[in-house]
Design a protein around this ligand. Structure first.
Ligand code: PMV
Length: 320
């Protein structure tokens, strides 16, 4: 017997950047994301004689396996289950060579496969909380389309769906400028950012951005949503800079100017960037071919492009 789950990655349009509680992974402000169809993780969990983690076909040891098993121990204890050894097999369908993070889809799929294996019958809010304990952004991968991750205490901070089937014809184009591992992990970056004098302002801005993004989604106003997302991403990177570090490179800035120049020429295109130099562009699906072509000529042949539309929420099943 084993249990299988598939979870998709998500792109934060309003970023989670700063924890109110590190151990419980409670956010200092709400965030809002779009789940993507092109990138996902598939995970199978089964009871075994000893713990083993197979990642992309190879046995993983060291920090990757430690993080998975310490998270699983946490789930056993959270759900008051007796510890038992597990075989975890995961396959990431995320362009790793392009430097993309997969912790959101990875921890959401793991939480879903685990809860299926132990027949926990979790609600989606409970599954979102369980995913959050592995990686904050994973709590948003429970839902398809747009969702918001609420602030709050241990049992209150989970994702809630906004529009699981966005009708805005939205597309995301990831721009990869290289695969080097980031020097400062997101946990460490968030820790440092809390010391910025602008941190209280950042929290307020995220609350406001979530309200505005939800209005834009309700009105199916793509330009308004793109503006909110780009401004929030710029504010996150301004916050890191005000704490003495930055993830951005000259390529990330070139991508920002590229999005702005496309807009000036009449094509709605907006920039976003997470804890790394690779950027993401938001545009309408119907403009994707044009945005791709212009990005290649503006940003040079070395940039790698990966497009995606909105994706579904996590799915899990028990296998015999
Ligand atoms: O879930 P974590 O701890 O990997 O943090 C993710 C942080 C960002 O990707 C930068 C923003 C977000 O909301 O996904």
């Amino acid at each position: 017997m084993s249990s299988f789950a598939r979870a998709h990655t998500n792109l934060a349009l309003v970023k989670y950047w700063g924890k109110a509680d590190e151990d419980l992974r409670l956010p200092a402000a709400p965030s809002l994301s779009l789940t993507l169809d092109a990138f996902y993780t598939e995970t199978r969990v089964s009871c075994a004689r000893k713990d083993k983690f197979i990642l992309d076909g190879k046995e993983a040891q060291g920090p990757e396996a430690d993080r998975v098993f310490s998270y699983l121990r946490r789930l056993f204890s959270f759900f008051s289950l007796p510890l038992s050894p597990l075989l975890v097999e995961s396959q990431n369908f995320v362009p790793k060579s392009a430097g993309f993070a997969s912790s959101a889809s990875a921890f959401c799929a793991l939480a879903a496969a685990f809860s299926q294996e132990f027949e926990l019958n979790l609600t989606r809010s409970e599954l979102s909380i369980a995913s959050r304990l592995g990686s904050g952004s994973a709590c948003r991968s429970v839902y398809g389309g747009f969702c918001e991750w609420k602030e709050g205490g241990m049992e209150e901070s989970f994702a809630i769906p906004i529009d699981e089937h966005p009708s805005m014809g939205i597309a995301v184009l990831y721009l990869s400028f290289g695969s080097e591992k980031k020097g400062i992990s997101s946990t460490e970056g968030m820790r440092r950012s809390k010391s910025s004098p602008f941190f209280p302002v950042w929290r307020q801005e995220c609350r406001k951005a979530c309200r505005e993004a939800k209005e834009a989604i309700a009105e199916a106003d793509f330009e308004k949503l793109g503006e909110v997302a780009e401004k929030n991403a710029c504010q996150m990177h301004a916050l890191t800079l005000s704490s003495g570090f930055s993830y951005l490179s000259s390529s990330s800035f070139r991508a920002l100017s590229f999005a702005q120049s496309l807009r000036e020429r009449g094509t709605a295109c907006y920039w976003s960037c997470d804890a790394g130099k690779n950027a993401a562009l938001l545009c309408r699906e119907r403009d994707l071919a044009q945005v791709k072509e212009e990005a290649l000529s503006a940003l040079g042949p070395k940039v790698l492009l990966f497009a995606s539309g909105p994706g579904p929420g996590v799915e899990a099943e028990r296998e015999v």
